[in-house]
Design a protein around this ligand. Structure first.
Ligand SMILES: [Zn+2]
Length: 169
């Protein structure tokens, strides 16, 4: 998921090719005209800037953990009236923990309060899955609308389960 200008730059530089274009829409420069890319394919690995990887917003965090508490396993929809999803730091910030993907998990407010300023092993509260840095593409897709044309490629590369999951968000 990249801005249009960057997508075109990658194509012009020969680093990517257009797989699908928006029908009937072209992008013009002084001398050239290109179909407006909807899906591109990289010809080689392109480094994703760290500033994109570092942003652990709650929107992305909750999406990564599929909107459930990683301690009690309850989905957002099963929380009680005064509960909400929160960010828990496995190693608390007050004890030198960071906001890195591998140190943060989605927790319901009740579990978060129970864990408090403790390490998982001190209160025997371990996340149901080990937190990892997610594939940025998944997250980008998770919070945007897919066109049917783009959905086709998500299905192709990530499987129908991923697509169904993203569609249900
Ligand atoms: Zn919980």
């Amino acid at each position: 998921m990249v801005p249009m200008r960057r997508a075109l730059r990658l194509v012009i530089d020969g680093k990517a090719e257009i797989v699908e274009a928006d029908p009937g829409r072209v992008v013009r420069s002084e001398r050239l005209s290109f179909p407006r890319p909807a899906v591109i394919r990289l010809m080689k690995f392109i480094h994703v800037p760290r500033r994109f990887r570092r942003q652990v917003t709650n929107t992305f965090l909750f999406a990564r953990d599929r909107y459930r508490c990683l301690f009690c396993g309850r989905h957002q929809g099963l929380l009680r009236e005064r509960e909400c999803l929160t960010r828990d730091h496995l190693v608390p910030l007050s004890r030198g923990g960071t906001n890195a993907w591998t140190n943060v998990v989605t927790a319901c407010s009740t579990c978060n309060a129970r864990k408090g300023n403790n390490l998982p092993e001190e209160v025997r509260m371990f996340p149901l899955v080990d937190p990892v840095e997610p594939h940025f593409v998944h997250l980008a897709w998770a919070v945007r609308r897919l066109t049917p044309q783009q959905a086709k490629y998500i299905r192709l590369f990530y499987g129908p389960e991923v697509l169904a999951e993203l569609a249900s968000i």
